[in-house]
Design a protein around this ligand. Structure first.
Ligand code: HEM
Length: 388
């Protein structure tokens, strides 16, 4: 990580809007916090055009037509409005007791069934967000082995053959279409049923958009949070154990710590979020980007910008005024931000309470990362908790 941090530190000073190659094609890479914010909030940069024929892609990774992340206003505004109500701060706060109960159940089972060591991902950081998003959407949790595998395929940027990525999309589409069919026959009290009625009764969205909603919410709803929790725990236990001990002593600090972990711990495997295409000529920090050119914004770099943050490369769980860009900005700002924060808070609260002596069981070995994925993900996170 430190090499990458150094590269971004240099780029922000010397070449903040630089020319790089994406799958062999020249694109722009934006690294300063202010410039990243500018690109994310300026409607002259389009996500819809990022999936046009011939536009440089992040390897095999791309949002699908009809999804929130492949649309611009006004289509995006119409789509987002349909789900915004389910994700307001108040509605999501109402879910906190459910998230707590689920977390407690998983942590108690971990302590009961696993002696004093386990893989924290399989036993905690994966099942927690999966259960929560399944509960919100009305997706059967027993199907998780299937949709987890397909999610990993579609999140692949390099290393997975295109045919397998396409099969991942097809499987997810068929799967969600099947659920939609079921909800039509037996509507239940969940978000997918609400979206089905928005389609059927009010014709507010097409069938394709409906299915894409299901896929986006299901996949973004677990893959991100699962890894953000795991990556954060790794950083706390391995690199900053004194901050872990502070959290154990004072769990009131957890909400601030969560913001800081979102800033400090990189989630995007290639440091960038979804590429944008300039609809017209735009100047970014004195550099002219031509109409039709692709722009990448490096969230990891923006979150370590010394012009925005004091001691940017230090994890400081007491940091205030933390204007990080982990959830993006502008019209596409993460719909699930509040949900993710609650999950992260509840996960940390539970871990420090049940396992204050938690430590990694890496024993000097390097953690194993999945390579080539849009989301930076550990294969496992072995931990132990001395009980005597
Ligand atoms: C730590 C966890 C998470 C992080 C760091 C994160 C990050 C992001 C970012 C950076 C974006 C904007 C992408 C862009 O503009 O290029 C985004 C969009 C989105 N996120 Fe999240 N996310 C997280 C969790 C979630 C969860 C739990 C959900 C569940 C609903 C979710 C659903 C979405 C959706 C639907 C969008 C697209 C919004 C739109 O285009 O209007 N995310 N997320």
């Amino acid at each position: 990580m430190s090499n990458v941090v150094d590269v971004y530190t240099r780029l922000r000073v010397e070449n903040p809007v630089s020319r790089v190659a994406l799958s062999g094609a020249p694109v722009w890479l934006v690294t300063r916090n202010e410039d990243v914010r500018f690109v994310l909030t300026d409607n002259r940069f389009s996500l819809a055009h990022s999936i046009d024929e011939g536009v440089p892609r992040l390897g095999t990774f791309a949002p699908q037509p009809g999804s929130l992340l492949a649309s611009d206003p006004p289509e995006h505004t119409r789509l987002r409005k349909l789900v915004a109500k389910a994700f307001t701060v108040r509605r999501i706060e109402e879910l906190r007791p459910y998230v707590r109960r689920t977390s407690e159940e998983l942590l108690e089972r971990l302590a009961r069934n696993h002696g004093a060591s386990a893989d924290l991902i399989e036993n905690f950081t994966a099942p927690l967000p999966i259960r929560v998003i399944c509960h919100i959407l009305g997706v059967p949790e027993r199907d998780q082995p299937l949709f987890r595998e397909w999610t990993e395929k579609i999140a692949s940027v390099t290393g997975t053959p295109l045919e397998e990525v396409k099969a991942g999309w097809r499987n997810l589409e068929d799967y969600i279409a099947g659920l939609v069919h079921e909800k039509r026959r037996n509507p239940t009290d969940d978000l997918l049923s609400v979206l089905v009625s928005a389609r059927d009764e009010d014709e507010k969205l097409s069938e394709r958009e409906l299915v894409q909603f299901g896929i986006t919410l299901l996949t973004a709803g677990h893959e991100t949070t699962k890894n953000q929790i795991a990556n954060s725990v790794l950083v706390l236990l391995r690199d900053c154990p004194e901050q872990w001990r502070r959290l154990c002593a004072d769990s009131e600090s957890i909400p601030k710590a969560v913001e800081e972990l979102l800033r400090y711990v990189p989630l995007f495997g290639f440091d960038v979020t979804f590429p944008r295409v300039a609809r017209e000529e735009v100047t970014i920090n004195g550099v002219t980007v031509g109409a039709g050119e692709t722009v990448l914004v490096a969230i990891t770099s923006a979150n370590r910008d010394g012009e925005m943050f004091d001691a940017p490369d230090t994890l400081d769980i007491e940091r205030v005024d933390n204007h990080h860009l982990a959830f993006g900005s502008g019209v596409h700002r993460c719909l699930g931000a509040q949900l993710a924060k609650i999950e992260l808070e509840v996960a940390l609260e539970g871990l420090v309470r049940h396992f204050p002596r938690l430590e990694t069981a890496l024993d000097g070995t390097s953690p194993k990362w999945n390579t080539g994925s849009f989301i930076r993900s550990l294969r496992t996170l072995p931990v132990r908790w001395p009980t005597t």
